[in-house]
Design a protein around this ligand. Structure first.
Ligand code: ADP
Ligand code: ASP
Ligand code: MG
Length: 439
């Protein structure tokens, strides 16, 4: 069994959906995980936003525009009158459902149900397309097996049990199609694995089915050595270890959802990153193999907030750190970077939901300063202790950038630097030129 996940652009047009059908139509048993067609989830978020604000006119306008787009997709995807009709009925029923939410109270529950429609539609379209082509495929609804618990963590036992039952019910089939991103929560309500979460769905499914490999098909030929949205001449990496890929994903390499590597690492299932537009390109293989030493890639994560606790009575007294960390634990807020000095401790967070409460509690221990609009730049590789000069090369590249925090030595895979977001692009480019371009 293998798992293949296709992202938004990979199913972004009727031609691309046909190309996906072509790529997965082989005799090997597989689960095909799809995202919504590109742009759809953003439109659904916009619609939900209008509904929260009770702006029904704008919501209806956006719903109609999206619905119209799908009728055009149907027209080009299917060639027979029978399937054009079936396709229209499908779109009509999903959009009738979306429109039903414009009548009542609008809460998180309705929002999640609206956001789920993109993946429900894309998977039904691929399934119908296979039917029209007389190719057997089975649609297994993610809402029947993908579940998160009260903490928002995947319930792997439930997922395993239920997806395998769905697959075992169809012993002669080889192509199973399912939705990425969507799931049910501990109360059985429709929920999701957060934006970009289809990669995470693919990993969880791969682990649940004990797949030989998980393939993430996207619009680029693998993990590049820097963020191609901000830096020119980035290059794909042939191999990465799970740890290196996890660091890059966590620190902003959008090609992988931050949580998607860990389950594969634990189950030791290789992840291959492939380009739908260029299937012959070898892409990146993420596995337990450690390949090559030194600096391999750079990523950046935005929307970082730094909190500094300064020179209180308790500072550096024994037990102080525990008290500080307990505050973050109480508010379920994870810390990304930490630096300490004789008189202060600084930490960074990206989830600011409980910032006010955290600051209030921290003030018991000293003066607290909060800084926003920061980015963490993360330099990833395999930095063996005997090899000297990695940190020097990184610092040298950033001599013109004001550095807010530096973290080195936490693991042998990562140097992290905190900069103002306004300096991020320059920092990424300077690092790229200094670390990769003249070797
Ligand atoms: P999908 O819709 O297929 O899930 P995403 O847009 O989520 O695709 O991820 C692919 C995008 O990730 C690429 O188009 C690229 O712009 C961006 N990206 C950011 N950092 C990297 C990186 N280091 N390597 C490759 N792609 C990256
Ligand atoms: N469709 C969802 C999103 O746009 C999930 C995904 O694409 O991975 O966030
Ligand atoms: Mg993605």
């Amino acid at each position: 069994m293998i798992v293949l996940k296709f992202g938004g652009t990979s199913v972004g047009s009727p031609e691309r959906i046909k190309e996906v059908a072509n790529l997965v139509n082989t005799s090997q048993k597989k689960v095909v995980v799809l995202s919504a067609m590109s742009g759809t989830t953003n439109s659904l978020v916009e619609i939900a936003d209008y509904l929260y604000k009770k702006n029904h006119d704008s919501a209806n306008e956006a719903i109609l525009a999206l619905e119209q787009k799908y009728y055009e997709v149907i027209n080009q995807l299917f060639s027979t009158i029978e399937y054009k009709e079936k396709g229209k009925e499908l779109i009509h029923s999903h959009f009738t459902h979306i429109k039903s939410f414009t009548q009542d109270m609008f809460t998180l529950f309705e929002e999640k149900a609206i956001l789920a429609q993109g993946e429900l539609i894309s998977t039904a379209l691929l399934h119908y397309y296979f039917n029209e082509q007389n190719i057997d495929s089975v649609l297994i609804p993610a809402l029947n097996f993908m579940r998160i618990d009260k903490e928002g963590e995947p319930d792997l036992f439930y997922i395993k049990e239920n997806i395998n039952r769905e697959i075992d019910n169809n012993p002669t089939n080889t192509i199973f199609i399912t939705q990425g991103f969507i799931c049910r929560n501990a109360f059985g309500e429709i929920d999701n694995l957060r934006r970009g979460g289809s990669d995470y769905s693919a990993s969880l499914i791969g682990v649940a089915c004990n797949a030989q490999e998980i393939q993430i098909w996207t619009d680029i030929d693998g993990m590049h050595n820097n963020d191609p949205r901000f830096v020119d001449n980035t290059k794909p990496l042939a191999n990465l270890s799970f740890d290196e890929a996890a660091e890059l994903a966590y620190f902003g390499a959008k090609i992988l959802h931050p949580a998607s590597v860990q389950p594969c690492k634990i189950a030791n299932i290789p992840v291959r990153l492939k380009n739908t537009m260029k299937p012959e390109a070898s892409g990146t293989l993420v596995s337990s193999e450690i390949n090559g030493k030194g600096i391999k890639a750079i990523a950046a994560k935005d929307n970082i907030t730094a909190i500094k606790i300064k020179s209180g009575r308790m500072l550096l007294a024994h037990g102080f750190m525990r008290k500080v960390f307990e505050i973050f634990e109480t508010y379920k807020t994870s810390i990304d970077m930490i630096t300490t000095s004789e008189v202060a401790v600084s930490v960074t967070i990206d989830d600011t939901k409980h910032l006010n409460d955290i600051v209030k509690e921290l003030k018991k221990y000293g003066m607290v300063e909060v800084d926003t609009d920061l980015s963490i730049i993360c330099v990833v590789g395999d930095f063996i202790a005997e090899s000297k000069g990695y940190a020097f090369k990184v610092m040298e590249s950033l001599q013109n950038i004001s550095l807010r925090m530096i973290s080195y030595g936490g693991s042998r895979h990562n140097v992290s630097l905190l900069v103002n977001t306004s300096d991020k692009k320059e920092a990424l480019n300077s690092l790229h030129n200094n670390l990769f371009n003249h070797v």
